[in-house]
Structures are given as C-alpha cells and as structure tokens.
Design a protein around this ligand. Sequence first.
Ligand code: ATP
Length: 425
Amino acid sequence: MTVVGLDDTDSRERGMCTTYVAAQIAARLRRQGATVSRLLLVRLNPAVPYKTRGNAALAVHTDADPDRAFSIARGRLESLSETADERTNPGLVVAEGGIEDVSDDVSAFSRRAIREHLEIAEAATVVERHGYRSWHAGDGRGRIGALAAIGSRRALSEWTYEHISYRDSSRWGTPRDVDRESVFDAADCGYPDVWDTVDRGENETVCVPHTPGPILYGIRGDDPGTVRDVAGMIESEPAASSQLFVTNQGTDVHLREGDLESVADGRAYRVDGRVASEPETRRGGHVFFDLAAGSADASRLECAAFEPTKRFRDRVRALRVGDRLTACGEVSRGTLKLEKFAVRELVTTERVTPTCPDCERTMKSAGRNQGYRCRDCGTNRDEKVERGLERDLETGWYEVPPCARRHISKPLVRGGFDAPTHPER
Ligand code: ATP
C-alpha cells in the first residue's frame, strides 16, 4: 500500500481546497487503474495561526506504486495549489506500506499535530529518517500536515464521515445554487446520524460554504451510507464530482485534560472550575466570565462566548457565581474560547437582605455588623437570609450551535458524554 499525504494548497482569498486536490489525485489514480481504498480528512490543531480555515490535512490510501503515486500527486499539487498567495506553502509526503508499517514516531507526530504547535524542521527530519518521498513549495510548512495525515490512521481510533460534492470549475466564485428547503428536509431525514448539516435556530444551511472554493456542500455524520444518502436528497446545480472522506471531525480529539494553573496558549482543554465572576456582555456582544479553582485566591481563567456563537451566549449569561463547570475550548491570549461546557453543580440559593415580616418591605442595614432592621415597624434580623434561586440551566452539557461549530468539535448529539446533554440542532 501507498499513502499520499498532502496539505496547504488553498488560499483564503483565492480559493481552492485541499480536499479537492486529494479527490483529484484519487480520481487520477483510479483512471490509471489503481485502487483507492480511502481518503482521510484530518483536522489538526485548530489553534495554529497558519491555517486558512479548519486546518485540514489529507491522506490518500492506494495500492498504486509509490513512485507513480508521488508523480501524480506532485503534478496535481503543482497545478492546483494557490501558491500566488504567499501564505500557501504546499507539502507532499508519500509513504510506502500499510497502517501497521507506520512507526511510533510518525503516529506520535500526528497526535501532537492535533494538540500542539510543531516545527517544519521536525517534519523534515522525520520524513528523511523514514526515507519518505516528499515535495514542497514555499517554506514547505505543508509537510507538517502531510506527515501528520500519513500517521493519523494509526494514531487515532475514532472516525466519522464527510461526503463532499464539488462544483463544476466554471462556477467557482459564483453564488451556489442549492435549494434550501431540500437541505433542511434532507437534514431532518438523516438526523441524528448526520449532524451539522443545518442550523435550525439560525435558519442556516451550514453544509453549504460561502467561500470561493470548489465545494458545493459537505454532509457530515457517523455512517458512510447515510451521509451519501442525505447528499443525494439535496437539489442543486449539478455536482461535477463527489468524494467520501473518513475523518476525525466531530470527535473532540483536540481537547486535552487541563487544570486552571497550567493551561497554555495555542492548545485546547477540558478544565474544571467554579464560575468566579458574573457573566458580562461586552462590546460586540461577546460574553465573558472567570473560571477559578476552589479557593478564593486560586488562579483564574477568563472564558469567552463570542458573538458568532449566537444563542449559546444565553446559556453562558445564565451562569451564576459559584456554579461548578467543566469548560472546553482553545486557549488564546489567556482566554478560553468556549466550544461547550458541562454544568456539574448549580447554585440554587442566594443570600439576600431580609424583608420585614410585618410590612414586607426590604429592611435597611442597621450599621456595620449590626444586622438589618425596619425603622417603621421596629423589626430586626441579624444577617442576610437565604432565598431559593430560579435557574434557567440544568446540569449537563451545553454546546455552541452548528453554525459556530469547529470541524473537530464533537456535537453533543453524537453521545458518549459523562452527563446529560442539551444538543443544538
Ligand atoms: P482548509 O481547511 O480550508 O483546507 P486549512 O485551514 O487546512 O485550510 P492550511 O492552508 O492547510 O489551512 O494551512 C495550515 C498549515 O499549518 C499547513 O501548512 C500545516 O502543515 C500547518 N500545520 C498544521 N498543524 C500544525 C501544527 N500543529 N503545528 C504547526 N503547523 C501546523
């Protein structure tokens, strides 16, 4: 077997998409008589600054001779990569052998590429050590993703699927002609095996991109047959081609266990703590609060739900000081960008100034450390009283809506969480 790893072919302004380049390589291999057993779409660390959008890397698994596969892949990369954009630095790595031949250092490289920041030099060293064929343009950063894609099949254990339909190249850059109603109907048919197709709350067809690239729509889900069927139900301009990808999307594999004392920028975590400040909505509609470990002077971590997370911000605004949470998301400039959180324990009472038992008006302070009294009725209370608190939240997991989901984040509807879930759809 031969594995072709590739990355970094697209440009935010100029378009293209590495999934399309991989699909083109696979098509050419098939045309020349080779079998292509699978295409992997691997999402790497979403916190790296070089990414165009979702930090995708691709691997094509084929029985083609490695020299032949290398030459086909290089030809496709040279002609399709948007290297006119200086931030596009394509990389190609071709390895001989099956999954069982991927050595420990390559599979560890893949795991780290999803959770850490890696250097080009390290990728080059590993490529050389194993005698892999490789090619690159620009600074060759794409070799990091290309190598990570090669190791990923062995490194990861949880996989989902995406069926991508591509536009005819004559239409690239023009508005997409996709029937919205058919997308919503198809999404209903496939749910919950197929997820993040639409956002019902925002009335948005999430599966149809807005970028100038070649994708018409991409259907994500747990089952290869169902994603294909849902794609087939969508009415649209004719798709020029389509391809099924095996992917680590929707798996949360980027999250590591962390604690509030040791989180670092550029990584994504699952951290426990208590809400330590009332949620505050700032300019632009972004909502912030602090999370702290047990004691009052413990280290704090600012958590944020940004404006694009839409109705998720209402969940965050409903938090109260003292609620115990598990928060998940990437830490950037000292702030955790919330992707989801679990309410472990809700504060259900609050201490308030007592009311007068006779006239039922709020008592006034009787002076420092002297309790409260009602001047009119002459009644007294020594201290504040406890009152039940109505809460708009329940224990369990809350998440951003599909329109704000990161490709790698696991939708709650996929299950396997350690508490009840409140899925968005
Ligand atoms: P799209 O998802 O739209 O195809 P993209 O978001 O995948 O685009 P790329 O153009 O592939 O973005 O750019 C990401 C670059 O960052 C690639 O060169 C890749 O090799 C590199 N990279 C990926 N993961 C890491 C990492 N963990 N550390 C350092 N560099 C990385």
